[in-house]
Each structure stands twice: as structure tokens, then as C-alpha cells.
Design a protein. Sequence first.
Length: 196
Amino acid sequence: MSRLMRTSEITKRPVVTLAGEDVAQVRDMIFAAAGGELGGFTLAGRGLFGGPLKQALGWGSVLALGTDAVMIRDVQVLDPVDAVVAQAASGGGGGNVLKSEVLTDAGVSLGSVSDVVVQVTDGPGPRCDVVGYEIESSEALGTKGTKVLIPLPDTISASGQHLIVPAAAKDFVSQDLAGFGASISAFRAQLEGGVA
């Protein structure tokens, strides 16, 4: 089973061991530099005064990303933040994509990124792939200033300043997560068929 969620919905989600120990909460996402996958999470302590932790959680140590918690085997799976970031950045590039401008490969600005949409697939070896962006749209989409969802190709790479998407992506914009899965599938099918 898979589901779509905005990364902003994942922040502050508790990180819990299989023994029921509440060890941290998600502070931020670490994206892999290439390939469009989630690399892991930076963490914060739980509670009102819980600040950033020196440990992070690599995606490979996640047993499940549920609607209410991130599940891990035990606290020993946490690694130093620098190690998790270095592993995610091993392909080069990467960076924070929020507020980055989304341009088509034809040079048209579609808007700026306000959130990242991921697809979480459950099961042994769960996956969490970046499948789209929520953007504050430009005039090019005819909905200037509104937030819309734009699908991404299977494999992406982000520089942190400008994000390039195929021009066809603008034809598959969605207003909400409920219909966005179909938009992603149709967009990727069109790209695979060579009709972009």
C-alpha cells in the first residue's frame, strides 16, 4: 500500500521504537541528492523544550512511516547528523528546495516551492520517494498565487536555486492530494511513452 503526504505533515511526528520508547520527533527531512528519495530525518527532543539532537535517522533504519509515528527497531539505529547528511549527499547536489523557483525545460517559471510531496510505500524495506512539489503558482499556470501540486519525473536532482521539470508537467497540475496520484501516474506514463 502507498500513500501521498506533504513533508510538512511529517515534521514533529514522534520517532518510536518497537518496544514503545518515544525517543525523538522529526525535525526536518534529509533528501538524497539524486534519485528523488528521502535520505532520512534530523531529529529534535520531545516536549516543549526539546531542541535539535546530534543524532539523525537514516531512511534505511526506518521500519515504517505511519500516519502517527515513525517506527524504528531501537535507539541504536540513530547515527550522527553529519553521517546521515553525508550519506544522502553522496550523489552530489541536493539542498533545501523550499522557496526554489520551478522552471520548465522550456524556460517558463511555474512558481516557487512551498512543500514537497512524497509517496510512502509500506512493506518490508519501506520506500519514501519525492513525487512532486506543492508550489505557489505563477501566471504561467493561470492560477497565480494559489498553491498547486506539480508532479515530478521518476528520477530528479535538485540544485537548491532552480528546479527544472519537463514542460509537460504543467499539464498535470492538481489542486489536492486526492487526485494527485493519478496526475503523477499519467505524467510519468506520458514521459515513458516519449510524448512530452
